[in-house]
Design a protein around this ligand. Structure first.
Ligand code: SAM
Length: 167
């Protein structure tokens, strides 16, 4: 069930820390057809509507070679989410689950991720399918989809030994 910012029965909120440990910058903007959380799909589909990701300067040159990849991983800031719930009731039925056992947008660092199909690039603008975020959601990062990468070399004996095992 989609929420705005309310706390539901049995949900648990904590005091949100006043001090931040790191800073992020918004490197671009995502435009989608969805202007309300009530309309926005819970997960994206690779055959979903074409959305755009616009990179801000000075980051546009960082798009060089991006069209080598058919799929990208998009990381974005779920800017309208509350951040203080540790137990949530997705079904709003009085039962709760821990925040880290959910893909809910409500989390201490409201980072959303999506694997998208790259449909094209025009300068600073990427056309993609597979998103499920609101119009004007801030962009945090773009990476090639990790499943498109092959290991550089096959694993070697000892690669996964721990420091303790090495003595
Ligand atoms: N695909 C991402 C993930 O798995 O990390 C987000 C999943 S979350 C279940 C998707 C929901 O977050 C949408 O259905 C919408 O209700 C909400 N949402 C989307 N964009 C948002 C934004 N910018 N701020 C707050 N909530 C947002």
């Amino acid at each position: 069930m989609v929420r705005e910012n309310e706390i539901r029965a049995a949900e648990v909120a904590v005091d949100f820390p006043l001090q931040m440990d790191a800073g992020v910058i918004f490197i671009g903007r995502i435009n989608t057809p969805w202007t309300s959380r009530l309309m926005c799909p819970r997960q994206g589909r690779l055959d979903g509507p074409v959305c755009t990701i616009t990179l801000f300067e000075p980051w546009v040159r960082a798009l060089d070679n991006i069209t080598d990849f058919e799929r990208l991983e998009v990381l974005y800031w779920l800017h309208l989410s509350r951040r203080d719930l540790v137990k949530q009731s997705p079904a709003n039925d009085g039962t709760t689950r821990g925040t880290f056992a959910l893909r809910s947008p409500v989390r201490p660092n409201p980072i959303g991720t999506a694997i998208v199909k790259l449909a094209g690039r025009e300068g600073a603008i990427l056309k993609v399918q597979g998103l499920n975020c609101l119009d004007n959601t801030p962009l945090l990062d773009l990476k090639p989809d990790r499943t498109l990468f092959k290991p550089i070399a096959p694993p070697q004996p000892g690669d996964y030994e721990t420091n303790e095992a090495r003595g």
